[in-house]
Ligand binder design. Structure first.
Ligand code: MN
Length: 232
């Protein structure tokens, strides 16, 4: 097979404990999946059906363990927000996956940031237009290394947090997900056929807010490698 130009290599995310990288296929994101975050965004909360949006696979900004990745401040915005999220990495694809079977489709977990140009997202919401420009921009998905699921004892009750310049901004627990990881996979796989390499950003808890150039963000989920990103 030849191509008219060299196709880009897949984005590879480091995996804890091995040299091989996890090749990213698609990035799915869940909207409003923690009640207190839904409230802070002006919604009543409660268990409405989950909804999804996507980021391009090459929006991943890899933040290797023990180092700080640099995220260029994006264009067109003056209100860049952080959203720390548990990221689920799919290892076995499928469609119409039942929640009871979902865990065997999971390769591992990571900490991610659903970075958001909030001003642009809000403009698009008001106009009933797609969120892409607010959510799917370059470097909008920083993430740390993936820990294989077998090495993560109790992700469903893990603490999740984000600090900016050493100060707490977000702190909650994965137990507060409105739609659990397994339920999210059930709903998502009814709409799209999941493939190995897919990532799911599962939603952010309350406390989202703006960052500016020079800020350092440290995000974590208990049992996973933390993530460190500096905005420049
Ligand atoms: Mn989000």
């Amino acid at each position: 097979m030849s191509y008219v130009f060299t196709p880009p290599a897949p984005v590879g995310v480091p995996v804890v404990g091995q040299a091989a990288l996890f090749p990213v296929h698609r990035i799915y994101c869940v909207g409003r999946n923690y009640e207190e975050h839904a409230r802070e965004m002006g919604h009543s909360g409660g268990r409405e059906a989950p909804f999804f949006f996507m980021k391009p696979a090459d929006a991943v900004l890899v933040a290797p363990a023990g180092s700080t990745a640099v995220m260029p401040y994006p264009t067109l915005t003056t209100n860049l927000h952080h959203e720390v999220e548990l990221v689920v990495a799919i290892g076995v694809g499928g469609s119409h996956i039942r929640a009871a079977d979902a865990l065997r489709h999971i390769y591992g977990y990571a900490v991610g940031l659903d970075m958001t140009r909030r001003d642009l997202q809000n403009d698009m919401k008001k106009q009933g237009r797609p969120w892409c420009i607010g959510k799917g921009f370059d470097h909008s998905a920083p993430m740390g290394p993936i820990t294989p699921a077998a090495q993560v004892p109790d992700i469903a009750r893990a603490g999740i947090y984000l600090q900016v310049n050493g100060q707490d901004r977000q702190r909650s627990t994965v137990a507060k997900l409105i739609w659990s990881v397994a339920e999210t996979i059930e709903q998502l796989s009814a709409a799209w056929t999941l493939q190995p390499g897919d990532l799911i950003f599962t939603g952010t808890p309350e406390g989202v807010g703006a960052v500016v150039r020079g800020d350092t963000l440290v995000g974590g989920v208990d049992g996973l490698q933390p993530l460190s990103v500096r905005v420049e």
